[in-house]
Design a protein around this ligand. Structure first.
Ligand code: HXC
Ligand code: NAP
Length: 293
C-alpha cells in the first residue's frame, strides 16, 4: 500500500466541473481545505463568513492555485437577510447553486455553569440557526426552481453522544444532525440530498485555539485517545466532502459519515480501556481468570 495515500486528492479530474458550491466558514480551517479541493475539481466556489478580509485572501490564494473562480461573500449566518444576500450574490455571479456546505461554527471549552445565556446563544445561533437559515433559504430557491441539489452539514461525533464542556456546541450539532436526517427524507422528492460528516480532531487554528489550548496540550495528548494514533489530514476530509456533494454519491442520502480514526467508539466500548494493559500482562491475567473455575 502506498504511503499516506489519504493525503492525496482522490476524485477524478473535473469531478465537480460546472458545479457551483457554497461553503460557509470557507475562509479558514476545514472550510478552506474543502473549498480549495472543490475548486481544484473544477467547481465555482463561494466562500462566506463574517471576516471579508480573510475571505478575500483565501479566495485569491485558491484562484491562484486552481485557476477557477472563488467568490468571497461577507455573511453572518445568524442573519437571514445576509443569507438571502449570499444566495442572490451567488446567483448573480454564477446563475445557479448546486451544493451548500454548512460548515461555519463557533465553539469553546467551558464548564457549562460558567456560561452566560449570551455565550450559550452565540454558539447555538451560529451552528444550528445558521445551518437551518441557510438550508431553508437555499432549499426554498431550489424547490421553487425545480433544481436538484445536495447539502453537506459538518457535525461532530458528539452530535449523538453529547459531551461535557462543549454543551452549546453539542446541543446545536445534535440539532443539525436531526435536520440532516429529517430533510433527507422530506426533500428527497425535490431531488435535494442531505448528508453529514462527523470529523474527529483535525488540526485547525480555530478549533485548537478554543478547544485544545497549549496549556491543555501539555497534559492531554489529542492523538493518544485515537485508536489509529493520529489526527485527521485535511485532504482526507476534503476527499469525503467532494464525494458526498458530487453525483458520485447520488444514492447516499441521510447518512452521517464519521471520520475520526475510531475515536468515539473507543470512548464508548465497555472494555476498550484494556488497551492500556501491556501485552506481557495478558499471560498473568489469563492464568488468574482460568484459575477461577
Ligand atoms: C466563557 C465566553 C468565552 C469563554 C466568549 N464567551 N468566550 N464565555 N468562556 N472562553 C462569551 C462572552 O463573554 C459573551 O458573553 C459571549 O460568549 C459572546 O462572546 P463574543 O466574544 O462577544 O462573541 P463573538 O465575538 O461573536 O465570538 C464568537 C465566539 C468566537 C464563538 C465566542 O470563539 C468565534 O468567533 N468563533 C468562531 C470560530 C470557532 O469557534 N471555531 C472553532 C470551531 S471548532 P457575555 O455574557 O459576556 O456577553 C468545532 C470543533 C468541534 O466546532 C469538535 C472538535 C473535535
Ligand atoms: P474554523 O477554522 O474556526 O472555522 C469556523 C468558521 O466559521 C470560520 O471560518 C468562521 O469565519 C466561520 N464563522 C463563525 N461564525 C460565523 C458566523 N456567524 N457567520 C458566518 N461564518 C461564521 O474551525 P474548523 O476547525 O475549520 O471548523 C470547521 C467545521 O468543522 C465546524 O463546523 C466545526 O464544528 C467542524 N469540526 C471541526 C473539527 C476539528 O477538529 N477541526 C472537529 C469536528 C468538527 P469568520 O470568523 O470569518 O466568521
Amino acid at each position: 500500500m502506498s504511503q499516506n495515500l489519504y493525503t492525496q486528492p482522490m476524485l477524478k479530474d473535473n469531478a465537480l466541473k460546472d458545479n457551483v458550491v457554497v461553503v460557509t466558514g470557507g475562509g479558514t480551517g476545514l472550510g478552506k481545505s474543502m473549498a480549495k479541493y472543490f475548486s481544484e475539481l473544477g467547481a465555482s466556489v463561494v466562500i462566506a463568513s463574517r471576516k471579508l478580509d480573510v475571505l478575500k485572501q483565501t479566495a485569491q490564494e485558491i484562484e491562484n492555485e486552481t485557476g477557477n473562480k472563488v467568490l468571497p461573500v461577507k455573511c453572518d449566518v445568524t442573519s437571514y437577510e445576509q443569507i438571502e444576500n449570499l444566495l442572490s450574490e451567488t446567483l448573480k455571479h454564477f446563475g445557479k447553486v448546486d451544493s451548500l456546505v454548512n460548515n461555519a461554527a463557533g465553539n469553546f471549552i467551558s464548564p457549562t455553569e460558567r456560561l452566560s445565556h449570551r455565550a450559550f446563544d452565540i454558539i447555538v445561533n451560529i451552528v444550528l440557526r445558521g445551518t437551518y437559515y441557510a438550508t431553508l433559504c437555499f432549499g426554498k430557491h431550489w424547490i421553487k426552481n425545480k433544481k436538484s441539489a445536495s447539502v453537506l452539514n459538518i457535525v461532530t461525533t458528539y452530535s449523538w453522544t453529547g459531551s461535557g464542556y462543549v454543551v452549546p456546541s453539542a446541543v446545536a450539532k445534535a440539532g443539525v444532525l436531526a435536520l440532516t436526517r429529517s430533510l433527507a427524507v422530506e426533500w428527497a422528492k425535490y431531488g435535494i440530498r442531505f448528508n453529514a460528516i462527523a470529523p474527529g480532531p483535525f488540526p485547525t487554528k480555530g478549533a485548537w485555539d478554543r478547544l485544545f489550548p497549549e496549556e491543555l496540550r501539555k497534559n492531554f495528548s489529542v492523538d493518544k485517545k485515537i485508536p489509529l494514533k493520529r489526527v485527521g489530514e485535511h485532504q482526507e476530509l476534503a476527499n469525503l466532502a467532494a464525494y458526498l456533494i458530487s453525483e458520485y454519491s447520488a444514492f447516499i442520502n441521510g447518512e452521517v459519515v464519521t471520520i475520526d480514526g475510531g475515536e468515539w467508539l473507543k470512548g464508548a466500548g465497555e472494555f476498550n480501556f484494556l488497551d492500556e494493559i501491556p501485552h506481557e500482562m495478558w499471560d498473568e491475567i489469563e492464568k488468574i481468570i482460568r484459575g477461577k473455575k
